[in-house]
Design a protein around this ligand. Structure first.
Ligand SMILES: Cc1cc2nc3c(=O)[nH]c(=O)nc-3n(C[C@H](O)[C@H](O)[C@H](O)COP(=O)(O)OP(=O)(O)OC[C@H]3O[C@@H](n4cnc5c(N)ncnc54)[C@H](O)[C@@H]3O)c2cc1C
Length: 403
């Protein structure tokens, strides 16, 4: 039997961030994943300002990742076909970037283990008992006895299911496709593109640039829109061949592998965040942004919040549970509600068109929309004055290089 203070199940960004915070404070932590690293995660690979700021706070150098690509603005295409250039401030610091998840997650895992977290990869957790601390069992029969568990086991969270806290028939709030292309055209190589196609609302098509003439191309839709997940499959090649999309990706772009599809959980306001001696983080806490489907920044944030709660109250789970739930509520729930509201408005082509026209009013609106879109400002900033800060419209971006 392995005995440890905290067992973190899942070594994606949420689990790695939690394990890093705990280990860096001298806490005894085991980081478990069924995969071995590097492993892929179906994702757009987009790093928002929220994500970059979390990485900066952790002291993690994102720029060292081989595919790391800084982003200085976005090109948005409205449902009518009108294009808008959305610049991001010229620094100092960065507001957005793209990096392959296989590389980012591997580097984060190394970062956590270098800080002292013990890795246990290639082991799938198949059982949990929370009657006396937490007892976990693996598919190979190992038993892990921990005081606390952080469930960072992703969208399908087997731990949530084993504990009977899953939502019956829940299949995520978004469904998204992703495909890597090599040899993309100069437009896809040099810029981040988002297309609001009238028949894909509420949702969007993206092309995010990566190093070496590659791009991560995909599309996501909110469930409950007119398109079912079955209809997404034939829609994908059709979208790729729309002239304005093909023109950007380029006529000679080469798909590197078949497309991959995966759901995105975005209902933090409904998720149970705790179970006895257990905290749910990242996708296991359904923490993605409901407006865009982005969730890496939220995974890092919730992982670090869970670690902070354990470090603050190491011997009192009711205090851990309260501290963690309060932090998540303060940081994410109001934004989730605002984003859900906006999502409903933007699902109508005319409303999306009007919103994008308003964004394009002047340089200030364009730049600040860019920062808001990439999660530098909380989604509900307008409705939560207690989070207003002097100079918040002119602060620097995140520093991604090592000091
Ligand atoms: C197509 C698509 C595009 C996206 N694009 C973006 C984007 O551009 N930007 C962005 O910010 N977000 C994006 N997201 C969301 C983002 O990918 C997730 O929010 C993020 O990966 C959540 O991180 P996590 O650590 O919570 O979970 P994950 O990264 O899913 O990690 C969970 C880990 O748990 C492990 N695990 C699961 N079960 C077990 C078990 N039983 N035992 C042991 N280990 C287990 C898995 O192997 C995995 O490594 C996208 C999602 C999709 C589907």
């Amino acid at each position: 039997m392995i005995t440890v203070e905290t067992a973190v199940v899942g070594a994606g960004p949420a689990g790695a961030a939690a394990a890093h915070s705990l280990a860096a404070s001298g806490h005894d932590v085991l980081l478990i994943d069924k995969a071995t690293f590097p492993r892929d995660k179906f994702c757009g690979d987009g790093l928002t300002t929220l994500c970059l700021r979390q990485l900066e706070d952790m002291g993690f150098s994102a720029e060292a990742i081989p595919s790391f690509t800084p982003i200085h603005g976005a090109k948005l295409r409205a449902p009518s076909g009108r294009e808008h250039d959305i610049p991001l401030p010229d620094g100092p610091g960065l507001y957005a970037a793209v990096a392959r998840r296989s590389e980012l997650d591997h580097a984060l895992v190394d970062f956590a283990t270098s800080a002292g977290a013990t890795p246990m990869f290639g082991h799938k957790i198949t059982g949990i008992d929370t009657t006396n601390g937490v007892m976990l069992t693996t598919d190979s029969g190992e038993v892990i006895q921990a005081k606390h568990c952080i469930a960072a086991d992703g969208m399908w969270s087997p731990l949530r299911k084993l504990l009977g806290l899953h939502i019956e028939n829940y299949r995520g709030d978004w469904h998204a496709f992703r495909q890597y292309f090599a040899n993309v055209g100069p437009k896809a190589e040099s810029a981040l593109w988002i297309w609001f196609e009238p028949d894909v609302l509420p949702g969007y098509v993206w092309s995010f640039p990566l190093a070496d003439g590659r791009a991560n191309v995909g599309f996501g839709i909110l469930r409950g829109s007119g398109i079912s997940t079955q209809e997404m499959k034939p829609l994908w090649p059709e979208l790729l061949n729309r002239p304005h999309i093909r023109e950007v990706i380029g006529p000679n772009a080469i798909p590197e592998s078949p497309h991959r599809a995966w759901p995105i959980p975005a209902r933090i306001d409904h998720a149970s965040l705790v179970a006895p001696n257990t905290l749910f983080v990242g996708d296991a806490a359904m923490a993605c942004d409901t407006l865009t489907g982005e969730g890496i920044g939220q995974a890092l944030l919730t992982g670090r919040d869970a670690a902070a709660a354990i470090l603050e109250h190491p011997n009192d789970f009711s205090q851990i549970s309260l501290a963690y739930s309060t932090a998540v509520r303060d940081e994410l729930v109001a934004d989730h509600k605002m984003a859900s509201l906006l999502g409903k408005v933007l699902s109508k082509p005319k409303a999306a068109e009007a919103a994008l026209a308003a964004v394009g009013t002047n340089d200030w609106t364009r730049r600040n929309f860019g920062r808001w879109m990439f999660e530098d400002y909380p989604r509900a900033i307008v409705a939560t004055p207690k989070r207003w800060k002097r100079g918040m419209f002119s602060g620097p971006g995140a520093v991604v290089t090592q000091p």
